[in-house]
Design a protein around this ligand. Structure first.
Ligand SMILES: [Zn+2]
Length: 63
């Protein structure tokens, strides 16, 4: 989603490739061209999935 000078509007819906959360800013690019993510946490999760971890366990984000 982008913000126009006149107000708010949804330009396009971009969802996190991991959790499906709607991304309002430019998002976080994943490694290996796997898409956009909402946070570094989801990027790390996807990296573990790519590394073959079936059920990644990550600490909850603190921010
Ligand atoms: Zn996410």
């Amino acid at each position: 989603m982008r913000f126009s000078p006149e107000g708010y509007y949804v330009e396009r819906y971009v969802k996190c490739a991991n959790c499906g959360l709607l991304i309002y800013d430019q998002g976080v690019a994943g490694t290996g061209g796997t898409g956009l993510f909402c946070s570094a946490w989801c990027v790390a999760w996807d990296e573990q999935r790519q590394a073959g971890v079936e059920h990644p366990v990550l600490k909850l984000p603190t921010d």
